[in-house]
Design a protein around this ligand. Sequence first.
Ligand SMILES: Nc1ncnc2c1ncn2[C@@H]1O[C@H](COP(=O)(O)OP(=O)(O)OP(=O)(O)O)[C@@H](O)[C@H]1O
Ligand code: SF4
Ligand SMILES: [Mg+2]
Length: 341
Amino acid sequence: MTAEGGHLLEVRGLRVEFPTRAGLVRAVDDVAFHVDAGETLGIVGESGSGKSVTVLSVMRLLPPPGRIVSGEVRYRGRDLVRVSDQEMQEIRGVEIAMIFQDPMTSLNPVFRTGWQVGEPLRLHRGLDRSRSLRETVAMLGKVGIPEPDRRARQYPHELSGGMRQRAMIAMGLTTTPSVLIADEPTTALDVTIQAQILELLKQINRELGTATVLITHNLAVVAGMCERVMVMYAGRIVEEGPTEEVFDHPRHPYTWSLLRSIPRLDSDHREPLQAIEGLPPDLIDLPSGCAFHPRCPFAEERCAGERPELAPVGGRRRAACWVTQAGRDLPPTGRETDAPG
Ligand SMILES: Nc1ncnc2c1ncn2[C@@H]1O[C@H](COP(=O)(O)OP(=O)(O)OP(=O)(O)O)[C@@H](O)[C@H]1O
Ligand code: SF4
Ligand SMILES: [Mg+2]
């Protein structure tokens, strides 16, 4: 909570649509979440479930023809959906920073790395060229780039993938934002570098109290890094709660299936993957009732006809499922963190 009593960042009733030739795509539907200083929130869900569209809406960076049709994005009490473009520009990158999956798409190949990383300093803090360069080099060093003064003079393609991602993080941090949103920040990197980048994000969260929103396909990453998790399916949140509780006792069959499809969270050894059966739904023509019902091993008659809303299922947990809302438990996934190896 902030001094004003609200959350630092709070999204309510967010709905995003893409009018396409094939029909109206409702990419995000009734999504709500919040983060406060020092917190870490993970967002998981299969490809196309609306994770990126959700955070791009927060930044007001939706690709056309995407549009926010309803909802609020409150940052320190102000609704970012309704502030002017100029106000948004001052918030974006200064108060709320975002790191993308592939830094090559956000770093411009024709400018030297240091010049780009220092741009927020010149633009938003009005530093001159030489002071911004000095601070940039210091920041590159802080995020673990060796020989930062030499690297600052190089072009993005002269850096390794891991170094480019660090440079992106450095750029996001130059203005000490209150919220850092990372969308699959390590997917393109090899495992060792992934771990280092995640460790860096964790360190930033701990030391600077930066509220962190992390999108990832990797449930083990969420388990190691995020206190809370929200699981998305077909543009909606189907389950949310404290990460450990959600992963130990999922209360939505989709979460349950996701957990069954991966190796154990707390071990490195590889087990055969069990894919979730069926196809992700067509967002233009969603299944009736619960959108997961055609793939759900626990579906009942009611599920095809009526859509369950996200509702409390004990403690700080919420899930959108008729079965668990009726107080029934799902069977063990065999992936519980305390299960015998
Ligand atoms: N430019 C676009 N035009 C039309 N539809 C789009 C566009 N961008 C996204 N969508 C729709 O929004 C849905 C959600 O996309 P989003 O990028 O948020 O998925 P995601 O959960 O981030 O997936 P991934 O894990 O693959 O990154 C997509 O399934 C797609 O139907
Ligand atoms: S509401 Fe029904 S179909 Fe949907 S997840 Fe729960 S049991 Fe499965
Ligand atoms: Mg995405």
